[in-house]
Design a protein around this ligand. Structure first.
Ligand code: GRF
Length: 206
């Protein structure tokens, strides 16, 4: 197999999707290693999880920089230093400038907790319930300058249960995210090694 791609997971919080990527990458045949976890928040819980898993971590605290450009240049320096090939946004809560997005064009993925193009942005589970959708889920997509707009790589869907609240729905979608993101990353890097996920939810694009 060719050299494993070096992936950076960008986080702002608990990092459960990051942890799912780290876990998946432990498999010898996974085509990527999580070479760096980069957080814009020094207190992000995911930093401890990553360190405990033996993954290198870095913090670029956006509050320490006068503007978005200098913040992003500092992140870019960390990514370059770690010889990163692919960036996976995993609950990273800063908007990225066109400059940064262009640096990673075609090499930056995001996971979003809704079936895009529906419910871009925040509070997706509450909004899905308010809209009365019967099918909800999550999406892995390439990042382009428009928020939650890039080409869709893979999606996973589930049926909303009668009377389900946003918390319960969000927990079920999160469990789907943890299966979808590693599978989508694998397929993105090495389509020939991809295996379709099976089970009650619907996985598509894998
Ligand atoms: C996930 O729901 C992800 O889809 C969204 O932010 C959340 C991050 O959760 N982009 P975690 O930090 O991966 O646990």
């Amino acid at each position: 197999m060719s050299r494993r791609k070096r992936v950076a997971a960008l986080i702002s919080g608990r990092g459960s999707n990051m942890a799912a990527l780290i876990e998946a990458a432990r498999a010898a045949d996974f085509p990527a290693e999580i070479a760096l976890v980069l957080s814009n928040r020094p207190g992000a819980g995911g930093l401890e999880t990553a360190a405990a898993a033996g993954v290198a971590t870095a913090v670029v605290d956006h509050r320490a920089y006068p503007d978005r450009e200098s913040f992003e240049r500092a992140m870019q320096a960390e990514l370059t230093r770690a010889a990163i090939d692919i960036v996976c946004l995993a609950g990273f809560m800063r908007l990225l400038s066109p400059w940064f997005v262009q640096c990673w064009e075609g090499r930056m993925l995001n996971i979003h907790p809704a079936l895009l193009p529906a419910f871009k942005g925040l509070h997706t589970h509450e909004r899905a319930l308010a809209a009365g959708v019967r099918i909800h889920g999550c999406t892995v997509h390439l990042v382009t300058p428009g928020m939650d707009e890039g080409p869709i790589l893979a999606q996973a869907a589930l049926a909303v249960a009668p009377g389900e609240n946003a918390e319960a729905l969000g927990a079920r979608v999160l469990a789907l995210e943890h299966r979808l993101y590693p599978a989508a990353l694998r397929r993105f890097i090495a389509p020939q090694t991809a295996q379709a996920l099976q089970g009650d939810p619907i996985f598509a694009g894998l």
